[in-house]
Each structure stands twice: as C-alpha cells, then as structure tokens.
Design a protein. Structure first.
Length: 455
C-alpha cells in the first residue's frame, strides 16, 4: 500500500535531484565562465571579445544538426521496459539514429570546409572586414569539431530516456572545466585572438565522449553490437525515427533560431559594445537556464510512459515556474557584481538587459513541463506548428526592435514570441492531453512502437 505513493512521487524526486545536482555544480560552472571570460578579455581586448564569443557559441545554432533523431532514441529507451520487444526496439533506434547522424554530420562538415576554403564565414557572421582573414579558419574549425562530436551526443538522449538525469547533470561539469583549461592553454601559448573561440566546441567533443560511454552502459545497450551492425543496414535495419524526427527537427531549428541568433542580429544591427554586453550577460543566463532544463528532463521518461497525469502535470508546472522565478531574482541580485568580475570592471551590466533576461527565464520555465510532456509524434507535430509561428513572430519583432533598443531588442522579441507561440498554446494542449479519458494500459498507448502515428 505504501509503495504506490512512492512510485507516484518518484518524478518529483527525479526533478529535484537532477536540478539539485546541476545547482551543486553551478558554482564550478560560474567560476569557470567568469575566469574564461576574464582571461579572454585580458588577452584579446574587450573590442573583439564579443566576436570571439559569437564564434565560440556558433555550435549552439546547430542543435538541430541531429535532425531530431535524438528524440526517438530518448522515447525508445524510456519505453524499453514496457514490452518484451522494448530492448530490441531501443537498440534498433540507436542504430538507425547513429547511421543518420554519421552521414549528415560528415556531409555538413564537408560543406563547412568548402565555405571556409572560400572565406565566406566572417561575412555570414557579421565580423568586420579588418578581422576577416584571421577569423575564417577558427570559425571553420569550431564548426567541424562540433560536427565530429555530434553522433556521440546520442549518449545524452539515452541517459534522459533511462531516467538517469542525475548522471547527465554530473557529466555536465566537464564542459565548463574543459573550456577553462583550453582558455588557460591558449593564453599561456599566446594563441591568436580568434583561436580562443575553439574552447566551446572542444568541450562539447570531450563531454560527448563521456555521455556516449556512460549512456550506453546505463541504458544497457551493447556498443560492440552497434559497431558490428552499423555498416550492415540490409541485414540489421535500424528503427524508423521519421515520425518523431521531423517535428523534433522543426522544434530544434526554431529554438536555435530564436535563442542563439541574438549575437548575429546584434552584430549586424548594433555593434561591438552592445555585442560584448549581451555576450557577458548571456553567460549568466544560460547556466541558470541549464538548472531548470536539467530539472525538467526528468519528466520526459515519466510522461513517455503515461502522459495522462493531470495532477503530476499541474504540480510540475507550478514547480518549474517557481524555480524560474527564483532564478530570475538571482540574476537581478547578483548579475551586476558578476558582470563586473567577468569584464575586469569594464562592464557592470545593463539593468534592462538583466531584467529582460529574467522575464525570458520565467517564460521558458513556465513552458518547460510542456516540452517534456509533448514528446510523442502527434504532440511533437503540434509543437512543430507552434514553433514555426514563434520563428515568424521573433524575427519580425527583432528586426523592428534591435536598431532602437540595442542588445535588449532580441531578448524582448524572443520573450514575447515564446510566450505567445509556445507558453500559451502549450498550456492549452497540455491541459487537454493530461485530462483525456481512457486507459494507458492498452496495447496502442503502451506497447506501440515509437514510430507509430498517433492521432
């Protein structure tokens, strides 16, 4: 009799412990970010720091490079214990996703090299002509290294599906530490300024190696079997991931476009000073958001098994919103001090920029539960349509606001677009999904393969 409440409340424990672990390592992340920014500013100058940071974060514009296949892997791993065929379906999903990623990342890397050969990257990014020659090769390397690491990123999806988000959070410490070590090395060896930007993609490569190794072990998927079958597609076909992949691809592209294009918009429309101010403030925003996101990932596996949990859905929304409000307040209280430390006193931070980032944090936190609830094919299609609307609203607002509002413009634009096109419709769909009548113990809702089309 007492086991049932513990099972029902396990999601809360997973959410809190995942976020707690991420919060526990956040000081390491913050200290690493502060030291990395300060060393880079002192070594290269505040005038080019904004451009270096923009190049370093270019890979954040490419989370859609996995073509959405990671979502299919997460759901397959989460549901592998619901049927006898579950383990085989999970392995086939990993196999199919890995084949897709190896092919697409290789092709994308080739395209990046060709564009680098013709020297077009600086102009695409908005880097001034005086820095064009010295920045082209570092930009190319940043993108190619990230694309090499992309197939190994499936390890993250396996950990989320296996409900091992605590381990996912702990491995996250590898990224900021690797960036700091690389920056110290670059400073010690007197690298050219734009080569300081390589730390981000190098850290992703190192972290993804850990994710893959630990993800395969905890998801109980045999890596030797995957390697033996990888090039034998006819004999060992991979699982179908299309129904999940294409809407997730749209969602990922949309998120990348509205969240990680700010630097490009500011670079083209405003200038170096505003770009530096934005870049430093964003380095405070994203670690806080990472705590909230890490907390919410624990909900994916729970809702993948049973999405009709109205009580859990409501409590999760309240919890995630509360965490977001606390994070936004922390950003306002400690932001000015941290920005001063990061810039060695050359920048204390804009109160309006901190405030808009805080509002964005609250809006995204309020939507976090819906992102983990609406992950089955039919729900992902709804999210895809919502995401397309968000892109349109964001770019219309960003184009209008940025020339007048400066660095604040893109942040205001994405906050409004996110609220109108993600938060509000997401709450409506989530309410309907969690209150649908019927049982989830039937064959269609529990044992159906993840590639099946849901109505």
């Amino acid at each position: 009799m007492r086991a049932l409440p513990r099972a029902q409340n396990s999601w809360l424990l997973n959410v809190l412990t995942s976020g707690g672990v991420r919060l526990l390592i956040l000081p390491v992340t913050a200290i690493s970010a502060i030291l990395t920014a300060r060393i880079t500013v002192e070594s290269t100058g505040i005038g080019v720091y904004g451009y270096i940071n923009t190049i370093a974060m270019l890979f954040q514009l490419l989370p859609f490079a996995d073509l959405g296949v990671g979502a299919a892997v997460t759901t397959a791993v989460a549901r592998k214990g619901l049927s006898d065929a579950g383990p085989l379906d999970a392995e086939r999903s990993v196999l199919g996703a890995l084949r897709v990623l190896l092919a697409t990342s290789g092709l994308a890397a080739l395209v990046c090299l060709i564009l680098g050969w013709f020297g077009v990257w600086p102009r695409l990014i908005g880097i001034p002509d005086q820095f064009s020659a010295e920045s082209n090769l570092p930009i190319t390397i940043v993108l190619v290294v990230f694309l090499i690491s992309l197939p190994m990123g499936l390890g993250q999806r396996m950990l989320i599906g296996a409900g091992k988000t605590n381990q996912l959070a702990w491995i996250g410490i590898v990224t900021p530490v690797t960036i700091l070590v690389y920056t110290l090395l670059a400073d010690h060896l007197s690298f050219e300024p734009f080569y300081f930007a390589l730390g981000g993609s190098v850290s992703v490569l190192v972290a993804n190696v850990f994710y893959l190794a630990i993800g395969l072990k905890l998801a109980e998927i045999s890596f030797p079997n995957i390697l033996r079958r990888l090039l034998r597609a006819k004999r060992f076909p991979g699982g179908s991931v299309f129904n999940t992949a294409w809407p997730m691809l749209v969602v990922n592209i949309s998120f990348a476009a509205v969240m990680h294009s700010h630097r490009l918009v500011i670079s083209h429309e405003v200038g170096a000073a505003a770009l530096a101010s934005y870049a430093l403030t964003a380095q405070l925003f994203f670690p806080i958001w990472s705590v909230i996101y890490m907390s919410s990932t624990a909900l994916w596996a729970e809702f993948s098994r049973d999405e009709r949990r109205a009580g859990q859905w409501l409590r999760a929304n309240v919890l995630m919103l509360s965490i977001g409000i606390v994070g936004a307040l922390a950003l306002q209280l400690f932001g000015p001090l941290l920005l001063g430390l990061m810039s060695n006193g050359t920048l204390s931070g804009s109160s309006s920029l901190l405030l808009t980032f805080g509002l964005l944090l609250v809006v995204m936190s309020a939507h976090a539960t819906q992102s983990m609830l609406l992950t089955r094919p039919a729900r992902l299609r709804q999210r895809a349509y919502m995401s397309i609307g968000m892109i349109v609203v964001y770019f219309l607002l960003a184009i209008v606001l940025t020339p007048h509002a400066g660095a604040v413009g893109p942040v205001v634009a994405v906050t409004i677009a996110y609220a109108l096109c993600q938060l509000l419709p997401g709450l409506f769909v989530g309410y309907r999904v969690t209150r649908r009548r019927g049982t989830v113990s039937g064959r269609h809702s529990v044992l159906a393969p993840i590639s099946s089309t849901e109505n």
